[in-house]
Design a protein around this ligand. Structure first.
Ligand code: PEP
Ligand code: MN
Length: 281
């Protein structure tokens, strides 16, 4: 298939992620990721108890499959001022509200982990699916630890990650025995040639990686059109393209008041755009 990947297999470096006889993926709501196309949606951050409880109940009426929302937000620059309980996320309080939102709406939840030390039962009991953020894509202590737990993982591609590095990161988790994994593509470095026109487009959409990865692995692929585009007007068309090119699902940032989102306001969409995305399924 590829001499490069074949050599990695021959040298025992990629054995599990590239085993096409295996089925990977996990249940999300009533669907099975890898068989059914899933839609995960929610705000970038949990902003208050009221916000996440009310918003998840709205989103569940639309019929999404799981709720995304960050309690811990890795910010590019340190945040020095707390605003209404939010400082690089609402942290423990946010997780508690997320659990309440899940109990109330019936939606499973996806939230980001920062490091292996967070892996306590107290943390794990409050969420359903763990998101490994871009910045932790090659945090091997974390990936090795995630291999040893029984929780589904969404591993986001580092903005620099090559195809073999993506498989290598998955291999770490699989090696520990956790088969409930998925890859999330979310845009890469590359300096979009229109950044001077649309400054919030920080990353290049990495759509071709979907069919490229599928040549070598059965691990389901979720596309994140929000971070990949950085600008709400492009989220709907890139969602359509990602599903058309073979993504197994989308994870989208949706906010009740998109412009005023505490984090990532430029890329947040509202309900009308979410409904449009839903029509592509
Ligand atoms: C996020 O999903 O809000 C996020 C921080 O994503 P990434 O790790 O891809 O930047
Ligand atoms: Mn975000």
């Amino acid at each position: 298939m590829s001499e490069f990947i074949d050599n990695l297999i021959k040298n025992n470096k990629l054995l599990l992620s590239t085993d096409k006889s295996k089925k990977y993926g996990f249940k999300i709501g009533k669907k099975f990721l890898g068989q059914d196309k899933v839609l995960i949606a929610g705000p970038c951050s949990i902003e208050s108890r009221e916000m996440i409880i009310n918003w998840s109940s709205e989103l569940s009426k639309i019929g999404i499959d799981a709720l995304r929302a960050g309690a811990y937000k890795p910010c590019t620059f340190p945040v020095r001022q707390e605003i209404n309980g939010w400082k690089e996320g609402m942290k423990e309080a946010g997780l508690k509200y997320l659990k309440e939102a899940s109990d109330n709406s019936g939606l499973q939840t996806v939230t980001e982990i920062m490091d292996a030390q967070m892996l306590s039962n107290e943390y794990l009991n409050k969420l359903d699916i763990i998101q490994v953020g871009t910045r932790n894509f090659q945090n091997y202590t974390l990936l090795d630890a995630l291999g040893k737990i029984d929780k589904p993982i969404i591993l986001k591609r580092g903005t620099w990650g090559t195809l073999d590095e993506i498989l290598g990161a998955c291999e770490r988790i699989l090696e520990g025995g956790n088969n409930k994994i998925s890859i999330c593509l979310r845009g890469v470095v590359g300096g979009p040639s229109y950044r001077h026109i649309f400054p919030s487009t920080r990353w290049m959409p990495d759509l071709m990686m979907i069919p490229a990865l599928k040549k070598f692995t059965n691990i389901p692929i979720i596309y994140d059109p929000s971070h990949a585009t950085g600008l709400r007007e492009f989220v709907v068309p890139v969602s359509k393209a990602a599903l058309a090119i073979g993504a197994d699902g989308l994870i989208v940032e949706v906010h009740p008041d998109p412009q005023n989102s505490v984090s990532d306001p430029d890329q947040a969409i509202g309900l009308s755009e979410l409904n449009e995305i839903k029509s592509f399924y």
